[in-house]
Design a protein around this ligand. Structure first.
Ligand SMILES: [Zn+2]
Length: 305
């Protein structure tokens, strides 16, 4: 886990899931941005900060995905931090079983879905963040609402550096995931469009490297999502009046991208992402669904029958 200085006051621990860190000019306040997948990641980050005599007074959790707040309980148990997170995400962090539960149709999840990737230890949140300027003495940041990847994800800007969490992926991760996780396709597009046009000194994604030339990567993200939306639309058009069951539509998308989910948890993540595009198509009246012979069947546009 490499500790990288972006610029004065802005740092990150580069890992499969990045942990950000910002410190006020007078070094009286220091904020961790996310906590990593598990306590060992948080431990390493904190040790490095302590070795450098950096303060740890605040913890900001961008969204309630286990890989971003898995190390948070360890931090809260061992250090006095004021924890900030977005509304709604906060509820999931308080009751982390909600994540495998919502990924599993709302049922109580099977044991195999209750793992560290889908369910992190519970944390308490001291403050709900709002969009705009936030201040604690000498530390001033701007919180930015970044929905799409998660319902109420937030990022922050400090010293002209945008800690953008999972609102976009680094190019390598983007290629590896093939169908990136999103819950809401239209707001995901709006968020990416916002990122593309904002002028900041540089951006850090939750997965990937910091860059001061981020436009290219954001554009690549937009293109991947546009392509996926078009592919799904084309599958529906090709099936005409027969339509496609929701499961077959998911299977077609997975096979097209040669994705073979290793377990039910992985499958559920892809199903949620694929359903997000379907919802956008339904909202745009490019798709309709009906319950037929005991299953949801999706058609392109209006069914002829
Ligand atoms: Zn995430």
């Amino acid at each position: 886990m490499e500790f990288i200085e972006i610029k004065e006051g802005c740092y990150y621990f580069k890992s499969a899931v990045n942990i950000g860190y910002i410190v006020s000019e007078d070094r009286s306040k220091g904020m961790l941005i996310d906590a990593g997948l598990e306590s060992s990641a948080a431990k390493k980050a904190i040790k490095k900060l302590q070795d450098n005599k950096f303060p740890i007074t605040h913890l900001f959790i961008t969204h309630a995905h286990a890989d971003h707040f898995g190390g948070a309980q360890y931090i809260q148990k061992n250090y006095e931090v004021h924890t900030i997170a977005p509304a709604l995400e906060e509820a999931i962090m308080r009751y982390p079983v909600l994540e495998p539960m919502y990924l599993f149709h709302g049922n109580f999840p099977l044991k195999e879905m209750r793992n560290k990737f889908l369910e992190a230890p519970s944390v308490h949140i001291d403050e709900i963040c709002q969009p705009g300027i936030w201040r604690a003495d000498s530390l001033e940041v701007e919180f930015i609402h970044l929905p799409g990847h998660s319902h109420n994800q937030f990022g922050l800007i400090y010293n002209d550096i945008f800690f953008a969490s999972d609102s976009y992926l680094g190019k390598e991760t983007l290629e590896k995931h093939k169908i990136p996780f999103i819950v809401d396709s239209s707001s995901n597009f709006s968020t990416l469009d916002y990122l593309l046009h904002i002028k900041v000194g540089g951006m850090l994604p939750g997965h990937g490297a910091f860059s001061d030339e981020y436009e290219d990567t954001i554009q690549a993200n937009i293109e991947v999502h546009q392509r996926l939306l078009i592919q799904m639309n084309n599958f529906l058009i090709a099936c005409g009046d027969r339509g496609l069951s929701l499961e077959d539509l998911i299977a077609k998308m997975l096979l097209k991208h040669e994705i073979d989910p290793a377990n039910l948890g992985m499958y559920s993540l892809f199903r949620t992402a694929i359903t997000a595009y379907l919802i956008q198509l339904i909202e745009e009246r490019k798709a309709v669904y009906t319950i037929k012979e005991g299953r949801p069947v999706i058609f392109s546009g209006q069914p002829s029958a």
